[in-house]
Write a protein that binds this ligand. Structure first.
Ligand code: NDP
Ligand code: 8X3
Length: 252
């Protein structure tokens, strides 16, 4: 039976790689994002499988609800939701951050993820099958300077994923939180508001994770037997590790 996956933020990075990975397995795809021309190009690229491409800003609850309500018949029974759309904006200390950046991160990474989950979950519970895959981050577990609200949004994703599991304990619906570390996509270009030199510097001299690496993991967590739930996947490139706790010393 052909299965259906809904991927938010499919126009770039992890989301696009997931679309390609699941298309290769013959899944039916619901692909969403704000950049319509990219969605159309991806739909054309993946034309060997059924693709329903929808322009969607996940911050708009009414639009999310309408997208789910208006799904074409063949696409209505979603087996897997990948809550991937998200972003970091800025890397300033909290006292110097732009409040608008904070608002956009909270609206997208927290509220948008909740909206998709809330609208799609009832059908999964009714059918007693389905899988919510949330894109968290190591930033939700380990603090770093300038990570302030971004890391906090991903900590929300971590706890929301765990809480969802408890709510769904009486069902066969699965929930996975994937927590990647350094990965090269458009993430840093977005974080630095289009400053490509600053974005490139993030990956200089490293071998970061790739979107294809993450798509492979997303596919893997869906492919284990139905009684198995991979709750959390924390993944970093080999070049990355945790730092020591910082101690500030006054000059003597
Ligand atoms: P990209 O910038 O390459 O992709 C982000 C995607 O999110 C785009 O497709 C973008 O689509 C979409 N998006 C952003 N805002 C919205 C919105 N308001 N509504 C709908 N879609 C939106 O970054 P990544 O692929 O790296 O990031 C994907 C996820 O992975 C994010 O949640 C990110 O926080 C997380 N992550 C990334 C890591 C990294 O190092 N790259 C590491 C850990 C986690 P469009 O602009 O067309 O709407
Ligand atoms: C993205 C990874 O370390 O840039 O979530 O926050 S990091």
């Amino acid at each position: 039976m052909q299965r259906t996956i809904c991927i938010t933020g499919a126009t770039s990075g992890f989301g696009k790689a997931c679309a390609e990975r699941f298309a290769a397995e013959g899944w039916r795809l619901i692909l969403t994002g704000r950049r319509v021309e990219r969605l159309q190009a991806l739909k054309e690229q993946l034309r060997a499988v059924p693709v329903h491409a929808v322009e969607l800003d996940v911050r708009d609850f009414e639009a999310v609800a309408a997208m789910v309500r208006d799904l074409p018949g063949d696409f209505q029974d979603i087996d897997v939701l990948v809550n991937n759309a998200g972003l970091a904006l800025g890397l300033e200390g909290a006292h110097r951050s732009d409040i608008r950046d904070w608002q956009i991160m909270i609206d997208t990474n927290i509220k948008g993820l909740c909206y998709l989950t809330r609208c799609i979950l009832p059908s999964m519970v009714d059918r007693n099958r389905g899988h919510i895959i949330n894109m968290g981050s190591i930033a939700g577990s380990y603090p770093y300077p300038g990570g302030n609200v971004y890391g906090a949004t991903k900590a929300f994703v971590k706890q929301f994923s765990r809480n969802l599991l408890t709510d769904l304990n009486h069902t066969r619906v699965r929930v996975t939180n994937i927590e990647p570390g350094l990965a090269e996509s458009e993430f840093s270009v977005v974080r630095f508001h289009g400053d490509r030199d600053r974005a490139d510097a993030v990956y200089k001299g490293t071998e970061p994770l790739t979107p294809a690496d993450i798509a492979e993991i997303v596919h893997w967590v869906t492919s284990v037997p139905p009684h198995v739930n991979i709750c959390t996947v924390e993944v970093m490139p080999v070049c990355q590790s945790c730092g020591p706790l910082a101690i500030h010393r006054e000059k003597q």
